[in-house]
Design a binder for this molecule. Structure first.
Ligand SMILES: Cc1cc2nc3c(=O)[nH]c(=O)nc-3n(C[C@H](O)[C@H](O)[C@H](O)COP(=O)(O)O)c2cc1C
Length: 539
């Protein structure tokens, strides 16, 4: 199976959905948290005070003072990117939410850190457990090896890598789950970049590395995984002072050899007793496996961020209060300047979080269903995230589109006026959240050529959409609205709207933003009440 076969097989159609069990196998619902058992976890402190940073400091780097790479700061970086954000409950049921969103709240993404010796901990490889807010030791290594790593990157810092447990998502979503795991990884990557920025740190993806290299660094090839519960590498990053630049996008052969000789410990907990084996997910993973590739430096635009829509909320508050909207008030409008500000933040720029992670050249654009934006007629719009795809995309779409610029020097175009509320909801699997909001969108990726040439870019494109989604989630909160990622949509129906006749471009993810209704039936508890409770001597 090649990756295009997987993509086609996992499209939802009006009268046929991608393959899944079709019912919820509650007896085998995966445990939401991964533990590596065997060594005592290192409990991390919770932030006593959030970093002082305002809305624009989420993106811009100059105001965020560099914090030293101490355990309490790394703990804060993890708390504000991958930690818990709240507990929700109804009588008889309680579940946690996290700073990073996840399709179905299933959280397939896991994080591993490669740290120098800091405070009282050894240099080594650690798994971050967000439930305990703790590091679980997986390997220790000598200070010499860390010196080699730091010498290689020519910058003080540490490494963080993300992985996915496909089973967590496929338990509910079947074959389409591989897509969702990659979306979630992209959301988490943007979360790392934002959180790092508040500590004066930059997160750069080591995009030259192969999946096998990451397996070696994290000891995945030496871990005794339970059947169907293996973690699969997504990407590895180096985190270092924002004022510096990083030339390296790989790890030297010598360092990899040292990691291949390490002893790894810790036994992964079992997530489910029984599993359904979605073979096409394994095949898709194999078909999009990342080989070792030459380093590529990517340069973006330097144009300044639009300044005309501010938010009074501090950056960390925006991060902490991010939630998915469950319902929208269709009467609630978004201001024109706010709308432009939200789109503007999705445009990649040099030295601006989160797209300066150097993941890849931007290939994903936004098809917008504008329902209720002040000063803008309802209709179908298109926003370009790079300056090179306009002509190719325009010639792939319907001839009768207007392509009328909305603002000078802003890559937003009106395609067609009209009320698209019903159509937007219909193509998003009939979900009202796409039609009742102020605007929703399909993320349209340049697909066939890059993926044909480098099948691993299939995953990159999904990561890119997840990163855009994370920006939109925070932008929505910053301006008093709320967003929701939408993984369920009818792929070809979106293409029909645009008039695509082939797979040169593909819709990969949907998103919606508007004035939300709060679900008041749910009780809310603080994110780490369980730990504070335990530390206070409770049960
Ligand atoms: C990739 C992705 C796809 C999602 N798809 C949908 C969707 O189709 N419909 C929906 O109502 N919510 C969707 N969500 C929202 C999740 O259900 C939500 O993130 C999760 O329940 C956790 O809640 P929180 O975002 O409030 O923390 C999606 C989220 C992500 C990250």
């Amino acid at each position: 199976m090649n990756i295009f076969d997987y993509h086609d097989a996992t499209k939802h159609h009006y009268h046929r959905s991608a393959k899944s069990l079709g019912y919820m196998d509650w007896a085998n619902q995966p445990e939401p948290f991964r533990y590596f058992q065997g060594r005592p976890p290192i409990h991390l402190p919770l932030l006593e005070k959030d970093p002082e940073a305002d809305y624009f400091d989420l993106y811009l780097r100059e105001n965020n003072t560099h914090k030293p790479f101490l355990l309490e700061n790394i703990a804060g970086f993890l708390e504000l990117s991958l930690g818990l954000s709240a507990w929700k409950s109804v009588p008889g049921s309680r579940w946690s939410l996290r700073i990073n969103p996840s399709s179905g709240n299933l959280h397939p993404t896991e994080a591993h850190l490669i740290l120098p010796s800091i405070n009282s901990i050894d240099s080594g490889v650690y798994h971050y457990n967000p439930f305990l807010h703790a590091l679980e030791p997986r390997a220790v290594f000598s200070g010499n090896l860390w010196e080699k790593i730091e010498g290689h990157f020519q910058a003080e810092g540490f490494m963080i890598a993300l992985s996915s447990i496909f089973w967590r998502e496929s338990w509910k979503y079947g074959e389409r789950a591989f897509r969702y795991c990659n979306h979630d990884a992209g959301h988490a990557l943007a979360g790392l970049s934002f959180s790092g920025n508040l500590f004066g740190w930059k997160v750069i993806c080591l995009t030259a590395l192969s999946d096998d290299n990451i397996e070696t660094l994290l000891g995945f090839d030496k871990t005794h995984w339970h059947h169907m519960e293996k973690e699969h590498p997504e990407f590895a990053c180096y985190v270092f002072a924002s004022s510096k630049n990083l030339e390296q996008q790989n790890v030297s052969e010598d360092i990899l050899k040292d990691f291949s000789e390490l002893e790894f410990f810790g036994i992964p907990n079992r997530l489910s007793q029984d599993h359904y084996h979605w073979k096409n997910i394994e095949s898709a993973n194999m078909a999009s496996k990342k080989p070792l590739t030459p380093p590529v430096q990517i340069s973006f635009d330097d144009k300044p961020l639009l300044q005309n829509a501010h938010s009074k909320l501090p950056a960390a508050k925006i991060i902490r209060q991010r939630r998915s909207a469950l319902g929208f008030d269709s009467e609630g409008s978004v201001g024109f300047d706010q709308f432009l500000a939200m789109l503007d933040k999705t445009f990649p720029r040099n030295n601006v979080a989160p797209f300066d992670t150097q993941l890849s050249f931007p290939r994903v654009h936004l098809l917008l269903f504008v329902h209720n934006v002040q000063g803008l007629n309802q209709g179908l719009y298109f926003f370009f995230r790079n300056t090179v795809d306009k002509d190719t995309l325009q010639s792939a779409t319907r001839l009768d589109f207007l392509w009328k610029p909305v603002e000078q020097d802003f890559p937003l175009y009106l395609l067609e006026e009209g009320n698209f509320r019903r159509k937007a909801a219909r193509v998003s699997c009939y979900q009202e959240i796409a039609g009742e909001s102020a605007f929703s969108m399909g993320m349209i990726a340049k697909f066939r050529d890059p993926v044909e040439k480098n099948p691993y870019l299939y995953r990159h494109l999904f990561w890119e959409t997840g990163m855009i989604g994370q920006v939109l989630y925070l932008e929505a909160e910053a301006h008093g609205f709320r967003g929701t990622g939408i993984g369920c949509f009818f792929d070809d129906a979106v293409h029909d709207i645009l008039g695509f006749s082939d797979n040169q471009f593909q819709s990969l993810y949907h998103f919606t933003i508007g004035k939300y209704f709060e679900d008041r039936r749910l009780n809310t508890l603080p994110p780490y009440y369980h730990i504070e409770h335990n530390r206070a001597g409770g049960d």
